[in-house]
Design a protein around this ligand. Structure first.
Ligand code: OTU
Length: 649
């Protein structure tokens, strides 16, 4: 008998032994609802063997594995029973239409509640604004209870079940989730599951010396083991602290802290951590959260002698969480946040793992091509790195709450004649404005003196030259910056996947330097692109002479055209050679052979593309530009304005 069969037999034997106890929970417990039990039982029987295999791979060697399975099942039953009826209805709908997120109708937005509307209840007042923007997906930056003082912008979570009182309450969260859902907007939240804050109840109990809870974290009595790990680890926040461990004096122990010293990494070698975090995950799902952004996925599994990033067990863990969701919260979707090498990013994208994923490579390469005015690396890379499994979707963004890291592959750079190290130095000089004639106003983030690695902070408008142009009060420069940003947006909205708008960028928010006056923020330059929403500017959105109005309406127009163009629906994306290194071109073709050809000019000069050159793409002889409505015939060469773009149908 193969080990495969052996596992399957034991999985089923275990389930048959444990199911009666689950029925007991249903029968004597909260509800006499046979339909609910039947749904739970059929999903459990559908997913159980896979879940068993994942947990067996991770924890099967531990003596209490059977106990772990029983506790996991109790977690599933309890949270399914607590799941609101309207969400169970949504579960049935989503299971029959699993690819609803893979549609050109999807447009995402992301915001900080406190910076955007002050708190959760006031967020309700802006649902009409989200509708006007055409949003169908809204990601709220972490709103959970956090330590006072520095909390890494909400990513040091003290309680996944309570909202930061400055922002609101969990009841208000589930209320707004329901209001958004009624408007066709899916709520997304962060699942910060790599670490908790050092003030989380678990960390407090670990501090008090409770051995059960000490086992929730990676604690060491001395530097012997940490030093062995450290040899292979990279510093994520080198300017915060060198190394990945922090001394906790009150317990005389070293604790693993990949990020800030107040963010303690959870120890997933301990099955109790997996079950406890699955409880938190299902609790959030039962508040109406439809998408969980898996924060810092790459770091969740550690193994001596490795860089403790992207390990196979990390993927098994996510798949186990995903299987739990498919049983007890079937509508819940995972979005992977892996800001790592492209070869690794792609491994998190799978229907059984993360159906959605940030596309940090496209984001970095768009900025690279804008600085170099050269699309060769962007084209070469997108040609062979954009395909993902069917049913999965990229989340494409120009900017987010974090920094820009130059995560392109070195071999790809060399393939187009670019030296990776020199090119990263150029990009960092360019985007911090040090490079002569640079239009960019970015600032360094986490400069590492040893490796010279650096990331870039700054808003879309400031990095694309608008801040510089406004300061110089130069109309031509302002026009150029506006063109640059609209061209970047045109790619984000047409290349395929869910475009994610970092709210504020839709009306050209520029850098906010007030973080330099705040002792809690001054050392984290990402706050430069996390500013309070300037609602006065929003009033200008009615005044057609303002830049904000122009920006806002250009974005609305592109989103509208995207949504009403069938050729973008479930369409492939193939990069093609425009014959001009300043012009990025790709074709979207759906399964009814409807096509749109997108061409974007990454330079400030007019550029020609020989449409006869396109014959190889067997495009039509006549085109209509969906943006302007102009008709273009194949015979003539197409000339693009500086930073111009066309969507040719
Ligand atoms: C994520 O960041 C969050 O997006 C950051 O805001 C948090 O500071 C961090 O985790 C800790 O929760 O997980 O894949 O380079 O881009 O730390 C790496 C800084 C992360 C962030 C990086 C990222």
């Amino acid at each position: 008998m193969s080990s495969n069969d052996w596992i399957n037999i034991h999985a089923l034997k275990t389930l048959n032994r444990l199911l009666p106890r689950m029925e007991h929970i249903f029968r004597n417990g909260i509800q006499e609802d046979p339909e609910s039990w039947w749904q739970f039982k059929s999903r459990l029987e559908r997913e159980w063997i896979e879940l068993f295999r994942y947990l067996h791979q991770l924890y099967g060697w531990q003596y209490d594995f059977y106990y772990t399975l029983e506790q996991v099942l109790r977690t599933l039953a309890k949270n399914w029973i607590q799941r609101p009826e309207e969400l169970k209805q949504m579960d049935l709908e989503r299971e029959s239409n699993p690819e609803c997120f893979n549609s050109e109708n999807m447009v995402g937005g992301v915001l900080y509640v406190d910076l955007f509307s002050g708190n959760l209840t006031k967020l309700n007042e802006h649902i009409s604004y989200f509708k006007k923007l055409g949003l169908t997906y809204l990601h709220l930056m972490p709103i959970f209870a956090v330590p006072h003082g520095d909390n890494d912008g909400g990513y040091a979570v003290s309680d996944y079940r309570s909202v930061n009182p400055d922002i609101g309450t969990m009841e208000e969260l589930s209320k707004i989730a329901s209001l958004l859902r009624k408007e066709g907007i899916s709520l997304a939240l962060d699942f910060v599951f790599n670490h908790t804050s050092d003030e989380h109840a678990w960390a407090k109990q670990a501090r008090s010396g409770d051995p059960e809870l000490e086992a929730f974290y990676h604690l060491f009595p001395d530097r012997h083991v940490p030093d062995q790990y450290q040899r292979h680890l990279r510093d994520i926040f080198p300017t915060v602290r060198r190394g990945s461990f922090t001394w906790v004096n009150e317990i005389k122990k070293w604790v693993w802290t990949t990020f800030h010293s107040f963010q303690w990494d959870l120890n997933y070698n301990n099955p109790e951590v997996f079950r406890a975090m699955a409880e938190e995950m299902l609790f959030l799902a039962n508040q109406g959260v439809e998408v969980l952004r898996l924060d810092a996925v790459a770091f969740i599994w550690k193994r001596l002698g490795t860089n403790c990033e992207n390990l196979p067990e990390a993927h098994i863990l996510i798949r186990a969480f995903n299987a739990m969701a498919r049983i007890a919260a079937p509508s819940l979707l995972f979005k992977s946040e892996a800001i790592v090498h492209p070869d690794e990013v792609i491994k998190y994208i799978d229907k059984k793992e993360c159906r959605l994923s940030y596309n940090p490579l496209l984001m970095a390469l768009i900025w690279e091509a804008l600085a170099s005015r050269d699309v060769r690396l962007l084209s070469y890379t997108m040609r062979h790195r954009s395909r993902i499994p069917k049913g999965c979707t990229w989340v494409n963004y120009l900017r987010c709450h974090d920094d820009i890291g130059w995560t392109f592959d070195d071999a790809d750079a060399r393939a187009v004649g670019i030296s990776p190290e020199d090119h990263r130095r150029f990009l960092n000089d360019f985007y911090t404005g040090r490079f002569p004639d640079s239009f960019a106003r970015g600032v360094p983030f986490q400069f590492n003196e040893d490796t010279h690695d650096m990331r870039i902070s700054g808003t879309l408008a400031s990095l694309a030259g608008l801040e510089d142009a406004l300061e110089k009060n130069d109309d031509r420069l302002i026009e150029m910056a506006v063109k640059r940003i609209n061209m970047l947006r045109s790619i984000m909205l047409s290349i395929g996947g869910i475009p994610l708008i970092y709210l504020g960028d839709e009306w050209a928010m520029i850098n906010d330097y007030t973080y330099l006056d705040d002792p809690l923020k001054i050392n984290d330059s990402r706050w430069i692109h996390r500013s309070k929403m300037n609602w006065d500017k929003h009033k200008d959105l009615a005044d057609q002479d303002t830049i904000e109005w122009h920006f806002f309406n250009e974005m609305i127009k592109l989103i509208y055209i995207r949504k009403k163009t069938p050729a973008f629906q479930n369409a492939d994306m193939d990069v093609f050679d425009t014959g001009n290194d300043h012009l990025f071109g790709f074709i979207r073709k759906n399964n009814n052979n409807r096509r749109v050809m997108v061409i974007a000019n990454f330079s400030e000069k007019k550029q020609k593309v020989k449409l006869s050159h396109m014959d190889s793409c067997d495009m039509l002889k006549k085109y209509q530009d969906l943006i302007t409505g102009n008709i273009i015939s194949c015979g003539s060469d197409l000339e693009l304005e500086p930073y111009g773009f066309v969507w040719l149908s």
